[in-house]
Design a protein around this ligand. Structure first.
Ligand code: FES
Ligand SMILES: [Fe+2]
Length: 371
């Protein structure tokens, strides 16, 4: 039976999912022996890089009396709080020294921890693992280990280029994500003579399939109506260009374009900063046009323009959302958005019951829309 044809009322709950890796900041902004502030899921963090170049992430509040640790002193090894000089090991948060203790005071200093989060550098970004609230890692409990590594961009050759783009948006994670996967806004938001115009709007049909924690737009030949793809076909001299787009919880969209020996891969995340603010980070890797002058710059320009158009749109949308209007999701164009909410609900339900996640998509589905 077809799913309900009536528009569905929908109110994003903007719940932020814990127990996942999130991008905190671009790696080139974090220098050795230095600290940076960041916020993820409303948690204030101090992120730093030690003398050896290893990044770390701590809760930006001293476990003693809450002084932000970013105001402390960092010598590339230990971090000293600016209030009473307690010192912490930056990689596990363990307290090393409490200067006020006298020789006969037996407080077990090493049992005290500043909140420490698993932290990794991956493809130009510093990633931080945010565990469920209430998980050990501060006070008197040691930090947890992340169950897996931070997500990586898929690469298909040894040599490639890498670039990133960021944009902050004054909307919740949910609006950020459904905006990212929404196929119908293209002709209205991303108009440009070199890309596509409103007149080029036509019916599209795409196949989707369930994957672990998400869904995939199955490998397909990209829109023939966009100039960059025409250019790519010419350059790669490939008969077939295929694109695969995946979305997986909590916030990861990956896109892979392959044309013969050439490839382009991107990993985009929408990171919840606070309940009403998110940031989109696009990191792209590619081996095409590596030798053609200006093309990487051009690609970056095109990408930046897209992201800026999305950012501007969401900034305007935030005005409308202020008054908490009723919203709706329609078929088929908003079906990916519906899946996102269903995946999120299924994930939370599985966590609550400690069981397997019931995937909301039972098998391959074809969606149709005009864009
Ligand atoms: S608040 Fe940090 S040492 Fe006292
Ligand atoms: Fe967009």
């Amino acid at each position: 039976m077809p799913e309900l044809d009536l528009p569905q009322r929908q109110a994003p709950d903007s719940l932020m999912l814990t127990d996942f890796w999130y991008r905190a900041l671009p790696a080139d902004r974090l220098h050795r022996n230095q600290l940076q502030k960041a916020t993820l899921l409303e948690i204030p963090l101090v992120i730093g890089r030690d003398r050896q170049g290893q990044p770390f992430a701590l809760r930006d509040a001293c476990p003693h009396r809450g002084m932000p640790l970013n105001c402390g002193k960092f010598d590339g090894e230990d971090l000293e709080c600016g209030y009473h000089g307690w010192q912490f090991d930056v990689h596990n948060g363990q307290c090393q020294l409490i200067p006020s203790l006298t020789a006969d005071q037996k407080l077990k200093v090493d049992r005290i921890y500043a909140g420490s989060f698993p932290c990794e550098e991956q493809d130009s970004f510093i990633w931080v693992y945010i565990p469920d609230p209430g998980t050990p890692g501060a006070g008197f409990a040691p930090p947890i280990k992340a169950p897996d590594a931070a997500p990586q961009i898929e690469k298909f050759s040894v040599k490639y280029k890498l670039a990133y783009l960021q944009a902050e948006m004054p909307v919740s994670i949910d609006h950020g994500i459904i905006g990212l996967m929404d196929p119908a806004h293209g002709p209205f938001v991303h108009q440009a003579w070199w890309w596509r115009t409103q007149r080029s709007i036509h019916e599209k049909k795409k196949n989707f399939e369930p994957i672990l924690n998400g869904f995939r737009m199955s490998a397909h030949t990209p829109s023939s109506n966009s100039a960059p793809y025409k250019l790519l076909r010419l350059y790669a001299d490939a008969d077939s260009i295929t694109t695969t787009i995946d979305f997986v919880l909590p916030n990861v969209r990956t896109e892979t374009i392959r044309a013969g020996k050439y490839w382009f891969s991107s990993l985009t995340t929408v990171t919840p900063i606070t309940r009403n603010q998110c940031r989109i980070d696009v990191v792209a890797a590619w081996n095409l046009f590596r030798w053609v002058p200006f093309v990487p710059e051009l690609l970056k320009f095109v990408f930046a323009k897209f992201v800026e158009q999305d950012r501007r749109t969401m900034e305007l949308q935030a005005e409308g959302l202020k008054h908490n209007p009723h919203l709706m999701l329609i078929d088929d164009a908003d079906r990916p958005a519906k899946w996102y909410f269903q995946l999120k609900a299924a994930h939370l339900e599985a966590k609550r019951t400690n069981g397997e996640m019931k995937h909301p998509i039972s098998g391959p589905v074809t969606l149709k829309w005009r864009s």
